[in-house]
Design a protein around this ligand. Structure first.
Ligand SMILES: *Cc1c(COP(=O)(O)O)cnc(C)c1O
Length: 410
């Protein structure tokens, strides 16, 4: 059944919004009035539930419960409990996901653990990959004395097939939102004796991911983007159950110990993915994420994906009408949860949009990214944003000194 189509007028947008099975979810978000938020691929907005939960975790559990709350408020179980919620969103067993650390740190731990298991001690990363993924591969290769292969865009799998090494690869590319075929990649990796550490940062919460069915074995991903966990919310780690015992985390911290409160001198790793924990978890951030994830309850991932694709089609149709350069794949099945438009003045144009209450983002050197998070973005929002973009381009409203001044974070 096709629920979402591509509207051709604002009235059609309103009709689609009125029959959107996700329309009520938007009310869960504390979005400011007068803002059209198209940056959920960078920082998801707050939910009312997450705000209330942080308040409770701080005032009641911390201030009143004090140290007792590790047990009485279940703090100690949050990394696995929140992991179980994320498991549904990536299509894996609920016990195979742990929430811990940042994506960068998890990439380091996972790739290091994979090196002794893969057929060759070679780290592979594409030059189009998100910078931290490249930096971690470079740094780890140096420390571990492993080979480093930096290859061009879409050449990673080929290099993996030749070497049987460890490939760090995003499912959705951060710049133009290209999607890689997980199942086909895993088949190739398997045949070569290599391993893929998947980075799901731009994919989780917007794609109908089926990692287990696709044969994926190892992954990490971000929770402050489409999962709306809040700024700096901890990332997640997935390791397929049967593989975990073969993997040794290079950071043997006490939270990854089989019995952390036995206070034994020697290290014994925990069973399963929990061995990738290192130190004490950030409880306030975990609490926010735990509550934020409830916004996904009751909605099929396929519905989220269909809506994101339809919103993306609308952006592309309107960008085409404006003669803009579309960087993202036109085929919806090959595109993640944002659409990127290339423009030499992209930075200034994005600043002008923000001044009008429309918030996309910009990635150097020339990509304007428009995120289409299906839980709260409406078709009419996209329509209005594209009207505004047309106006800013037509009147050259972006060409003001304040819109050219680069901030620290873009
Ligand atoms: C956002 C993002 C990250 C973030 O890494 P952190 O270490 O959590 O800051 C990593 N990789 C990709 C592909 C991302 O999109």
């Amino acid at each position: 059944m096709v629920i979402f189509s591509t509207p051709r007028s604002r009235a059609e947008c309103e009709t689609l919004d009125a029959s959107d099975p996700l329309r009520a979810v938007r009310d869960r978000f504390a979005l400011p009035d007068g803002v059209i938020y198209l940056d959920g691929h960078s920082l998801g907005p707050a939910t009312h539930a997450a705000l209330a939960r942080v308040e409770q975790a701080a005032r009641r559990e911390w201030a009143e419960g004090l140290i007792r709350s590790w047990n009485t408020a279940g703090w100690i179980d949050l990394p696995r409990g929140v992991g179980a919620k994320i498991a549904r969103l990536i299509g894996v067993d609920s016990g195979d996901v742990l929430v811990t650390d940042s994506v960068s740190v998890n990439l380091f731990k996972l790739a290091a653990a994979c090196l002794p298991v893969a057929r060759s001690r070679t780290l592979i990363v594409e030059a189009s990959e998100f910078p931290t993924d490249q930096y971690i591969a470079e740094g780890l290769a140096g420390i571990a004395g492993a080979g480093l292969m930096r290859v061009g865009e879409n050449e990673g799998l080929d290099a993996l097939t030749r070497t049987g090494g460890v490939l760090i690869r995003s499912v959705v590319n951060y710049r133009a939102a290209h999607v890689l075929d997980v199942a086909a990649s895993e088949r190739a990796a398997w045949a070569a004796g290599g391993l893929i550490v998947w980075d799901l940062s731009h994919a989780t919460g917007v794609l109908d991911l089926k990692l287990a069915a696709d044969g994926a074995r190892i992954a990490t991903g971000c929770t402050y983007k489409f999962l709306n966990g809040g700024p700096g919310a901890p990332a997640f780690v997935y390791v397929r159950g049967d593989l975990a015992e073969q993997l040794v985390s290079p950071i043997s911290g006490w939270f990854g110990h089989a019995d952390p409160f036995a206070f034994e001198p020697g290290y014994v790793a925990r069973q399963g993915v929990a061995r990738f924990a290192a130190g004490t978890p950030g409880v306030l951030s975990l609490a926010a994420l735990d509550a934020a994830l409830d916004a996904f309850d009751g909605h099929a991932l396929s519905t989220l994906q269909d809506k994101a694709r339809a919103l993306g089609e609308l952006i592309i149709a309107r960008a085409d009408a404006l003669g803009l350069d579309v960087m993202s794949p036109r085929e919806a099945a090959l595109r993640g949860g944002h659409v990127s438009l290339r423009h030499a003045q992209g930075y200034a144009i994005v600043q002008a949009l923000i001044a009008h209450g429309i918030i996309p983002d910009f990635r150097a050197p020339d990509a304007m990214r428009f995120g289409v998070a299906p839980l709260y973005v409406r078709f009419a929002d996209v329509w209005d944003a594209m009207d505004q973009l047309a106006d800013i381009l037509g009147t050259r409203a972006w060409d003001r000194p304040e819109f050219h001044a680069r901030a620290k974070v873009t």
